[in-house]
Ligand binder design. Sequence first.
Ligand code: 4H7
Length: 250
Amino acid sequence: MRIDVLTLFPEMLAGPFDHSIIGRARAAGVLEIAIHNPRDYTADKHHIVDDYAYGGGPGMVMKPEPFFDCIDAVRAMAEPPGRVVLLTPQGRLLNHQVVAELAREPRLIVVCGHYEGVDERVREFLVDDEISIGDYVLSGGEPAAIVLVDTVARHQPGVLGSEASLEEESHAQGLLEYPQYTRPAEYRGMAVPDILLSGHHAEIAKWRRRQSILRTARRRPDLLAHADLTPAERRLIEEADAADVDDDPA
Ligand code: 4H7
């Protein structure tokens, strides 16, 4: 997969795309990332990318020409043309399903906005998809682009090890993760649950599944509507509700 990112602040993306999951995906050759600055595609002496809003009001708006010219040039660099994604508070919310959908594309062109936003003609005639990473405002689209590229990179074949991909699958099932412990078995009087030290793998798997389900019921009951649970597991939640079972401090 190839991702082209358009940003007025390429320095904000240099580090994050060179390390961890994204760095590994690039090194494995399953993800190609190229960063472009629309300012480099301006023709005027001062390389102006923003201007006052028609109709007045505070703040500047990003001009359309640098985006159209930049994307024309970027599209000519590789095939296929690629879906243009604008990261914006007005987009559809990013979740596991949206990530899986975007991860199947052979090419994405990701646009980071700044100032008060982008000229509406960019949205209407250049952008194919508008995505939001959550209901809050960022000063620019770059942190959202890092989130999008990271999650999409995790979905590329060969990026995660076999164990980690099972974990991913568990999230795809719509449940939160079970509690994790490592050594020491006791720390400052805080003990690791006995079951995890028992060596009974089937019992450990049952305990983890139960923890995932009860934790999801308590913290994110909205996720349970789409979770893949057996009738017995649904009853477990009802019983826990009735008994007010609460082994989760959160
Ligand atoms: C496009 C249009 C994404 C991009 C406007 C981007 C939140 C998210 C941006 C704006 C983003 C998200 C520019 C409007 C800065 C607000 C102060 C960049 N914010 N901004 N203004 N939730 N900001 O995914």
